[in-house]
Design a protein around this ligand. Structure first.
Ligand code: SF4
Length: 351
C-alpha cells in the first residue's frame, strides 16, 4: 500500500527536573491514504506526544527523539522549522481538544479561518473572507455569512469545534490529526462532530489520525485502531478485530470501562485499577504487569513479543504464547471471574 505517513521506531524522551521521561518507546505504524486510524489509550500513554512529534510541536530544547516519521517520504524529524510550518496546514491539518483556547477571542471567526488563505495562498483579505464563509458552510455552520462576522464567545462548544475543523481543512490537507476533538463536548454534539469528520474525510479524500482516550468514539469512524500503553503499542488491528476479538488485557480493560446500554451489572461503570507505569524508570518486562489480572512470572522479567494474530491484528502479550494459560475474555464478567485454564509449564507460572 502507498502509505501517506510512516512512523518507524519512534522514541521520544523528555528531560525533566525529575529525570528522563521515556514517553514514547519504539512506536511504529502507518496511515494509508484515505484511511482513518485511531490511537487509543489513557492520558500519559504517549498518544498525544506521538501526534505532536508528527506535527513537529515538541519543544526541541528538552526533547530527545529518534526513529523516523515519513510523510510522503519526507522525514519530519529531520525537517527544518520552515519546512514543518509549510507542511502543517498544507499537508497536515490539526484540531485539538479545547476549541475555546484554540481560537483567538479578539478576532471574528471569519477572519481566523481566512488567515490561512492569506498567509499560505497570498490572496486578498476580501477573497479569503469569502472562502472562509464557504468553509463555514461546509462544516455545517448555519447562516455562515452572518456567523463569520461573529466572535468565538458567540458560538457554542460544538460550533467552535466546527470552526476549528474549518480552519484545519482550509488548505485541503492530506492528513487531519484530531487530538481528543470531542472530549470537551456533550455526548450528542460529540457524535455530530464525529459524523462531520467522517463525512469530510470521504468528501475530501483525506486520512485522519484520531487520538482519543475513549475506545467508544472510534467504532463509527476508524478503520484501524492502535492501543497504546506506557509509550508502546500493545495491540493494533481493524476496528472489527479489536471490538470482536480483543486479545490484550489492557484493551479488555478499556472495553470493560465503556458504558453500555445493556449492561447486566446494573449500569455500574468499571475502571482499570492501579496506576500507569513510571516512565522515569520504564519496567524491563510488560509495563501493564502491575495492573494486569493475568500477570505471570515472565511478564515481570521480559518484554512480551509482538504476536501476529491475523494479517492486520497484533498484540504484545505473553498470553498469546502457546505455553501460556488460556484466558477466554468475556465482557460480561469482571476480571476475577474470567475463565482461565492454567498451563503446567513453569516458565509462565505466577510467582
Ligand atoms: Fe498481562 Fe503479562 Fe500480557 Fe502484560 S504480558 S498484559 S502482564 S498477561
Amino acid at each position: 500500500m502507498n502509505n501517506l505517513l510512516e512512523v518507524n521506531q519512534l522514541q521520544v524522551a523528555f528531560h525533566t527536573k525529575y529525570g528522563k521521561v521515556h514517553a514514547i518507546r519504539g512506536v511504529s505504524f502507518h496511515v494509508g491514504r484515505k484511511e482513518v486510524i485511531a490511537i487509543v489509550g489513557e492520558s500519559g500513554c504517549g498518544k498525544s506526544a506521538t501526534a505532536q512529534s508528527i506535527l513537529g510541536l515538541l519543544p526541541k530544547r528538552n526533547t530527545e527523539t529518534s526513529g523516523s516519521i515519513l510523510m510522503e517520504g519526507q522525514d519530519l524529524l529531520s525537517s527544518t522549522e520552515k519546512q514543518l510550518k509549510e507542511i502543517r496546514g498544507s499537508k497536515i491539518g490539526m484540531i485539538f481538544q479545547d476549541p475555546m483556547t484554540s481560537l483567538n477571542p479578539t478576532m471574528t471567526v471569519g477572519d481566523q479561518v481566512a488567515e490561512a488563505f492569506v498567509v499560505h495562498l497570498g490572496i486578498s483579505a476580501k477573497e479569503a473572507f469569502q472562502k472562509s464563509i464557504e468553509l463555514l458552510q461546509l462544516v455545517g455552520i448555519p447562516s455562515p455569512e452572518a456567523r463569520a462576522r461573529q466572535y468565538p464567545h458567540q458560538f457554542s462548544g460544538g460550533m467552535r469545534q466546527r470552526v476549528l475543523i474549518a480552519m484545519a481543512l482550509a488548505l485541503q490537507p492530506d492528513l487531519l490529526i484530531a487530538d481528543e476533538p470531542t472530549t470537551a463536548l456533550d455526548v450528542t454534539v460529540q457524535s455530530q462532530i464525529l459524523a462531520l469528520l467522517k463525512e469530510l474525510q470521504i468528501r475530501r479524500d483525506m486520512s485522519i489520525l484520531l487520538i482519543t482516550h475513549d475506545l467508544g468514539v472510534v467504532a463509527n469512524i476508524a478503520q484501524r485502531v492502535i492501543v497504546m500503553y506506557a509509550g508502546e503499542i500493545v495491540e493494533s488491528g481493524s476496528v472489527e478485530e479489536i471490538f470482536a476479538r480483543p486479545q490484550h488485557p489492557y484493551t479488555w480493560g478499556l472495553l470493560e470501562s465503556l458504558p453500555r446500554m445493556d449492561d447486566k451489572k446494573g449500569g455500574k461503570l468499571r475502571s482499570i485499577t492501579g496506576t500507569p507505569a513510571d516512565l522515569l524508570n520504564p519496567p524491563t518486562g510488560c509495563a501493564f504487569a502491575p495492573r494486569c489480572p493475568y500477570t505471570m512470572e515472565i511478564c515481570e522479567n521480559m518484554k512480551p513479543y509482538e504476536y501476529s494474530l491475523s494479517t492486520d491484528h497484533k498484540a504484545s502479550c505473553w498470553l498469546q504464547d502457546e505455553r501460556a494459560p488460556k484466558v477466554t475474555w468475556n465482557y460480561e464478567r469482571d476480571a476475577s471471574e474470567q475463565k482461565t485454564t492454567i498451563s503446567p509449564r513453569p516458565f509462565f507460572k505466577k510467582p
